[in-house]
Design a binder for this molecule. Structure first.
Ligand code: CA
Length: 421
């Protein structure tokens, strides 16, 4: 067993039972302290832990780490290492903060800050971003709405983890407001497009994984190797302007309907921490090609929730889904991504695609929840939502539940501001 995953371990830092960040989590992130210094760190309970002074004070003795590995403004240098080192660091952090260990008070002052005193910043400089389309129910729903309910899945969908290359530099952190985008749209029944603010602003509930350093260009990563190249995961909101997307997406796929912004949660939860929550996925039929075959349980039971907050109501839940509903898993996505020899780099981000479950309450976008606007959702203040309105905030949460603790991701929260003039 991975030492840091010991379900019975307690920390000398107090953690509430419903915290996303018990000592069994130990995620990695980057934050700014009150003195404006940027820190690579982790979190236990409601405390942020600066890993650089821990390294300087020799707490990581015996692990092959550069002296400046945590004196960085992103996790990228750490991501360039390998799974053995990531695991050794996380295991050591579990030991340092174990209830049976003590820490010098002077060290505590250097290392620990209240989470309320730090400002989270982007954890990773994302080099390349790929968005998959791997939930069967989502692909089915979209196929029903925009094409033919009798042939909702396109012929390739059950054979290929379909994906597209997105825009890495417009991925922003939770708490960053996004302006409603403008663009071309084709009004219903019209022959020529109009230009203006998007009218069908939507979220997509997704999870993303962050990669370590891949192989040489030309090489491939097999499904049996894939987990070694995946560092961890975060929540991902793939903001989507449905009217812009619908008019532009044929034949090359999404472009301006997506590239104006995507939002992520700040802590990267390691694949190791998620291991106890692995579950079997749906049986894949028809037979997939050999390079996509895999062994073991590769889906993960991550409970997901989407809420909308506005000026006149708080945290209204509109969707409850689960990452375990994915048809194609991360292992297959990464094997497929590299099967042509495409390289991956430390800090690449790959999102799952909208995660929709099999019941309408578990759909992962307003497009599906309101069924293209035909079934508006009533909010607590009596107003209706078909899509997201100006000044609405969308909040996505995710966690895995064990019997006596949870491993969670916190949240990604984004406010939609009116289109710029
Ligand atoms: Ca998407």
């Amino acid at each position: 067993m991975i030492k840091a995953n010991d379900p019975n371990r307690k920390s000398w830092i107090e953690v509430s039972k419903d915290s996303d960040f018990p000592i069994q989590n130990i995620p990695f992130g980057v934050f700014k302290k009150t003195n404006n210094s940027i820190c690579v760190g982790t979190r236990i309970g409601d405390f942020a832990i600066d890993l650089n002074p821990l390294n300087e004070l020799n707490y990581f003795d015996g692990i092959d780490l550069d002296a400046t590995i945590f004196a960085q403004e992103t996790l990228n240098a750490f991501l360039k290492l390998n799974k053995t080192t990531w695991r050794a660091v996380r295991d050591r952090i579990a030991e340092i903060f174990d209830a049976n260990t003590t820490m010098d008070e002077a060290h505590k002052a250097l290392i620990i800050s209240a989470i309320t005193e730090v400002e989270m910043v982007m954890p990773v400089q994302v080099g390349d971003y790929t968005d998959f389309y791997s939930s069967r129910q989502h692909a089915h729903n979209v196929g029903c709405m925009f094409r033919d309910p009798d042939n909702a899945l396109l012929p390739n969908w059950l054979h290929i983890p379909v994906g597209y290359h997105g825009r890495a530099s417009s991925i922003v952190l939770s708490g960053t407001d996004i302006h409603r985008p403008k663009g071309q749209q084709l009004p219903l029944g019209a022959d020529v497009p109009v230009f203006g603010p998007c009218k069908l602003m939507d979220f997509e509930l997704e999870m993303a994984f962050v990669t370590g350093q891949g192989k040489e260009m030309g090489d491939t990563i097999s499904t049996s190797e894939a987990d070694d190249y995946i560092f961890g995961m975060c929540i991902f909101n793939d903001w989507s302007a449905r009217d812009i997307q619908k008019w532009e997406y044929v034949p090359l796929g999404p472009f301006l309907g997506k590239s104006f912004g995507s939002s992520i949660s700040p802590w990267i939860v390691t694949l190791d921490a998620l291991k106890p929550f692995r579950v079997e996925g749906e049986k894949q039929e028809p037979q997939i090609l050999p390079y996509l075959e895999f062994e073991g349980n590769k889906n993960i039971d991550i409970k997901l929730e989407v809420q909308i907050t506005s000026d006149s109501f708080e945290s209204h839940t509109v969707s409850k889904s689960n990452y375990k509903y994915m048809y194609w898993n991360m292992t297959q996505q990464l094997a497929h991504h590299t099967v042509n020899g495409c390289n991956i780099n430390a800090g690449d981000m790959m999102a799952s695609g909208t995660i929709s479950g099999n019941t309408p309450e578990a759909y992962g976008s307003m497009l599906e929840l309101s069924w293209k606007g035909t079934k508006p959702m009533t909010m607590p203040d009596g107003t209706e939502r078909k899509f997201i309105q100006d000044n609405d905030s969308v909040i996505m949460k995710a966690h895995c539940q064990a019997s006596n603790y949870r491993v969670g991701f916190g949240e990604v929260r984004t406010k939609i501001l009116p289109a710029k003039k």
